[in-house]
Design a protein around this ligand. Structure first.
Ligand SMILES: Cc1ncc(C[n+]2csc(CCOP(=O)(O)OP(=O)(O)O)c2C)c(N)n1
Length: 297
């Protein structure tokens, strides 16, 4: 198996980008993050088209969140991926691995060309992320409902170690039907984990159906509030809203934060948007070419 190595100079590059974003006008920041998210979607499309496998719908709903986190929010170091005080990003919706890998490559945890091996035999870039094989991956995920419990442990460990690290967990909304999330939510409030931020990719679709038709989640914000969390709702495709919400965490001392990001599955490509079949459908040649055109700007 190929060992993935960081891109030389990526730490300084990412630091400069994060500083630039912090001091930029809101409109410039949004434009920069939007361009990055579109580049991630383009790369993701090529990975999935080449592998003939993947979860493009959930990748595209999360792309703006992932771009904003990696470029503007997370204190991580691509050339020192195990730096103890780094922020932890746990992508609990592990099936959306392609968008995570594309982001890790974009900021330099490994070279872009490794993405061409996505899901190939012996590639470290499996369909579900493996922290032993991929620098920057903080937790193996795939079985839904595990990321938040792991995040609670990481946040508690951070506090015990006296670290200023924050722990961000991205969950799908269908994923919230797993009871383990609610045990974790209860424990996080009990331990007053204000260094823990859950982000819900609220695209309204799961595999094969709408969440509200399968096992309804609403009133979702009230549920998190009742579990003792501070809750914020944002447009999950609005980069400035995402940037301000994510950078503004924790929202309250002594409470974990939940950001409910309203998104669309397949966002960015017209014929995939809010279409349940694009959970894990692979574009044919004509669809891929149409998608490329729509993602060209
Ligand atoms: C415990 C578990 N059950 C079933 C699956 C199969 N599975 C993979 S993705 C998915 C749907 C997830 O829906 P959601 O959390 O809303 O993710 P998104 O729509 O953002 O892709 C399912 C059922 C799984 N990975 N883990």
């Amino acid at each position: 198996m190929t060992e993935l190595r960081s891109r030389p100079g990526s730490t300084a590059e990412l630091g400069a980008r994060r500083d630039w974003l912090e001091h930029a006008e809101a409109a410039d920041r949004s434009e920069h993050l939007a361009a990055a998210a579109t580049a991630l979607r383009r790369r993701d499309l090529e990975m999935i088209t080449a592998a003939r496998m993947g979860h493009i719908g959930g990748d595209f709903s999360a792309a703006d969140i992932v771009a904003t986190l990696y470029l503007g929010v997370l204190r991580v170091d691509p050339e020192a991926p195990d730096w103890p005080d780094r922020d932890r990003y746990i992508q609990s919706k592990g099936h959306a691995s392609a968008i995570l890998y594309a982001a890790l490559a974009m900021v330099g945890f490994f070279e872009d060309e490794a993405l061409d091996t996505y899901m190939a035999p012996l590639s470290p870039l499996n369909g579900h992320p493996n922290r032993r094989h991929v620098p920057g991956v903080e937790s193996n995920t795939g079985p839904l409902g595990h990321g938040l419990p792991v995040g609670v442990g990481a946040a508690l460990a951070g506090r015990l170690a006296g670290s200023s690290r924050r722990v961000f967990v991205l969950t799908g909304d269908g994923e919230l039907q797993e009871g383990s999330n609610w045990e974790a939510a209860m424990a996080a409030a009990h331990h007053r984990l204000d260094n823990l931020i859950a982000i819900v990719d609220r695209n309204g679709l799961q595999q094969g159906a709408r969440t509200e038709e399968t096992n309804g989640l609403e009133p979702l914000a009230d549920k998190w509030t009742a579990f003792g969390w501070q809750v914020l709702q944002v447009d999950g495709h609005d980069h400035e809203q995402l940037y301000q919400a994510l950078r503004g965490t924790p929202l309250a001392a002594g409470k974990p934060t939940c950001i409910i990001a309203r998104t669309q599955k397949g966002h960015g490509v017209s014929f995939m948007t809010d279409r349940v079949e694009w959970h894990h459908k692979v574009p044919d040649d004509q669809q891929a070419s149409q998608a490329r055109k729509e993602l060209a700007t």
